[in-house]
Design a protein around this ligand. Structure first.
Ligand code: NDP
Length: 419
């Protein structure tokens, strides 16, 4: 049915690519292109002979728009899946626009260099006007809405689990369970244990930036910001057990606040163990989470990038990680004039993921929805020109696909609410 250029070949991409290859009727041909071509070749070798999808590989520096344009012009894909890093979102969107090709990604734009003056000025203005201080936000990608509409192409932003599936859950709850949604609590629980004192489950730079930033939530039409890790709750997760969770800023809150009519409060919580928090605090105190370059023995190094080189590669955690993830949304609202509560969630087993695709559940729960988002675009089930997030489309085919492709959802009509 389609021909897809997949950019990136890290933890998440390798799952998405394997899922595309399980779904050859839709993904007939793929070109895997990344900074390190050897990783693309190794994955191609692993998959060839086991799939009907025709795989080719290439090297690309996706920070360079012209290189991406040249690759698109040569390969002529129906869709570009950006599963590299959020740093590349805008160059790849620009390239898609230049070539009039559909685009999708799994995380919203943030710059690699947060000290770049033009970006910094726009960021500081946004912090003041909007009231949250995360380095990422949708404004940069939403700015392409009109251009994508005029070009007649679709950009699907953030089709991972959170963002991604969590927004499909919201759209589904609104369509089938509620007349109006009042509150949404997104709970992201990782009950997995990899045996290391400290490691991150996906790209360390992106992960540590996210969790060391101030938390924020949406309430009564505005952002409320709180110091990092200052709001703690305890929740008993199905099939995982009782965990401490902390309020974080998260990107889907921004789009859900716009797209769920009348919603009064949206919060995001993520579980963290004590060892992770203690290490993170210590690394932050000594400056190791800084993205500002320092000069060491005549060489410029970025502390957080140096830290990344020391930490275990997230892709290597697969064989060691045991336990389950439980990610979902708890809703309160009204149906037929009555108060109602509802919980939609997925439980995913790290070892079962490893058995299937050689990755832990964090890469799996992101890579599967990346494939599903791409499938929605390729099959034309989700098709409208412009720039959209997951909750702006019909959730039903996406929810059906989650059940079919490895992330079945469960529901509760009497969930314990978060205080
Ligand atoms: P990794 O670091 O494992 O992989 C990133 C890949 O992108 C690597 O193959 C890397 O190449 C490649 N890459 C980096 N820079 C460039 C470049 N300039 N040009 C071409 N390729 C490049 O990251 P993850 O797989 O963990 O994460 C992938 C994405 O998924 C990220 O955007 C992350 O934020 C997002 N994510 C989303 C989640 C969600 O639920 N929505 C959850 C988890 C992650 P090389 O191999 O050379 O380093």
């Amino acid at each position: 049915m389609g021909r897809v250029l997949i950019i990136g070949c890290g933890g998440v991409a390798s799952v998405a690519i394997q899922k595309c290859c399980q779904n050859s009727a839709v993904f007939q041909e793929i070109l895997i292109a990344s900074r390190t071509k050897a990783k693309c070749d190794a994955l191609k070798q692993l998959l060839e002979g086991k799939t009907d999808t025709k795989i080719t590989t290439a090297q690309v520096d996706a920070d360079n728009k012209e290189e991406v344009v040249a690759l698109i012009q040569r390969y002529k894909p129906d869709l570009v899946m950006n599963i590299a890093l959020p740093y590349q979102d805008l160059t790849i969107m620009e390239a898609c626009l230049a070539c009039k090709v559909n685009y999708m990604d799994t995380a919203n734009y943030e710059p690699e260099n947060i000290d770049e003056p033009a970006w910094r000025a726009a960021y500081e203005k946004r912090c003041k006007e909007e009231g949250f201080s995360a380095y990422f936000d949708y404004s940069w990608q939403w700015a392409y809405k009109k251009k994508f509409e005029e070009a007649g192409i679709t950009a699907l932003l953030g089709s991972g689990f959170d963002p991604g599936v969590t927004q499909a859950y919201c759209a589904y709850a609104l369509k089938h369970e509620f007349d109006s949604i009042e509150t949404i609590d997104i709970l992201d629980c990782n009950g997995g244990d990899h045996g290391y004192a400290f490691a991150t489950n996906f790209n360390p730079e992106i992960n540590l930036r996210e969790v060391s930033a101030p938390g924020s939530y949406w309430e009564n039409g505005k952002w409320v910001e709180v110091p990092a890790m200052s709001v703690k709750r305890v929740y008993d997760f199905d099939q995982v057990g009782t965990k401490d969770m902390y309020l974080l800023h998260h990107e889907e809150i921004e789009s859900l606040a716009k797209n769920i009519p009348g919603v009064k409060r949206i919060r995001f919580f993520m579980t963290f163990g004590q060892s992770y928090l203690e290490h993170m605090r210590c690394l932050e105190d000594v400056g190791m989470l800084s993205a500002t370059p320092i000069t060491y023995e005549g060489k410029e190094i970025v502390p957080i990038q140096f830290l990344k080189a020391l930490l275990p590669d997230p892709a290597s955690l697969g064989p060691r990680t045991k336990g389950k993830t439980n990610i979902g949304c708890i809703f309160t609202g009204k149906k037929d004039g009555k108060d109602k509560t509802y919980y939609l969630y997925n439980v995913c087993d790290h070892q079962a993921c490893y058995k299937e695709v050689g990755s832990q559940a964090i890469s799996y729960t992101t890579g599967v929805p990346a494939m599903i988002g791409a499938m929605m675009l390729l099959t034309g089930r989700w098709k409208k020109p412009g720039v959209f997030t997951v909750e702006e489309f019909d959730p039903d085919p996406y929810m059906e696909a989650l059940n079919r492709w490895g992330l079945p959802w469960q529901e509760s009509h009497a969930p314990v609410l978060v205080e």
